[in-house]
Design a protein around this ligand. Structure first.
Ligand SMILES: COc1ccc(C(=O)/C=C\Nc2cc(OC)c(C(=O)O)cc2Cl)cc1
Length: 290
């Protein structure tokens, strides 16, 4: 890894790092140009130190859920997620191209195929998507999530920022960080994530089903695509969580979704995970098959 060149840009092996294109609790994503194949990529940059600090406020690993769950250490969890990412291959899941990991370095670089359209929508916005476009995007996201569930993986952090547009289709992103994000959510309560997190996520581990929670997050994402905003907002993670658990779904803005879409949203955002619509039932819903 050569340090910043004379003209001030960073060169990582054959990749030249360019401007940041994504930012989140995970770290940063930069545009990268590969001189060998004259192609641009999305380079996600993680800090091992930061990941290890997420091992809990006082350095202890987060409380473990019963069962063979992910390893407690967020850094090990990222390596495990990377191993899973390398095996995944689906048109609606982001493609991990390679990992640059210099043991002597603090940074871990994940190289992804660039999805030039970026996130499907930036919320809040006064110009939400049409139901026609939202249907196209959510259909792609459903196929990507269905593939993950088939591979026994729950995404656990579906939101518009993680649905990226490339080659005319949507690909689901941010698997690598989902374990780490969960830890972050528990530790730092980043606002962005709780707005999409299912009401039962705060319930005891035994009631929690990753699949049902992903359907909830897809529902909040679909609501945000067509209204331009999330269904519940709070000035603190605690207040937001209370509203997600207690407040009924409403459509206050000037956008009134169609009857079929409101029916689908009500079922995806059923606060009881046992009654919530399943992924297969969403695929068969009249608004989706319309
Ligand atoms: C305006 O044009 C733009 C084109 C591309 C982007 C973009 O790519 C952003 C984030 N990208 C990613 C983030 C990920 O996690 C958080 C993961 C992952 O960990 O799976 C993978 C990718 Cl690619 C943004 C703007």
């Amino acid at each position: 890894v050569s340090l910043a060149q004379a003209s001030g840009y960073v060169q990582l092996n054959q990749y030249r790092l360019l401007e940041p294109i994504g930012q989140g609790s995970y770290g940063i994503v930069k545009l990268a140009y590969n001189e060998e194949d004259d192609t641009h990529y999305a380079m996600k940059i993680l800090s091992k130190r930061k990941l290890m600090r997420r091992a809990g406020l006082f350095g202890r690993a987060p409380p473990r859920r019963p069962g063979p769950g992910p390893p407690p250490d967020p850094l090990q969890r990222v390596y495990r997620e990377i191993a899973v990412l390398k095996k995944l291959d689906h048109p609606n899941v982001v493609k991990l191209v390679e990992v640059l990991d210099d043991p002597a370095e603090d940074h871990l670089y994940l190289v992804f195929q660039l999805l030039e359209g970026g996130p499907v929508i930036d919320i809040p916005t006064e110009t939400p998507l049409s139901e026609h476009l939202a249907r196209k995007y959510i259909r792609d996201a459903l196929l990507g999530v269905e593939y993950l569930h088939y591979q026994r993986i729950a995404h656990r952090d579906i939101k518009p920022a993680n649905l990226l547009l490339g080659e005319g289709r949507v690909q689901v992103a941010d698997l690598g960080a989902c374990g780490e994000l969960a830890a972050a959510g528990r530790v730092s309560g980043t606002v962005g994530t709780p707005a999409f997190r299912a009401p039962e996520a705060a319930a005891p581990a035994d009631k929690y089903s990753g699949e049902a929670a992903d359907i909830w997050s897809l529902g909040v994402t679909l609501y945000a695509m067509v209204t331009g905003k999330v269904p519940w907002v709070g000035s603190s993670a605690i207040e937001l969580q209370r509203k997600v658990v207690d407040e009924p779904l409403a459509y206050p803005g000037r956008v009134q979704p169609s009857r079929q879409l409101r029916d689908l949203l009500n079922r995806m955002l059923d606060k009881d995970p046992a009654k919530r619509i399943t992924l297969q039932e969403v695929k068969d819903h009249e608004w989706i098959t319309d």
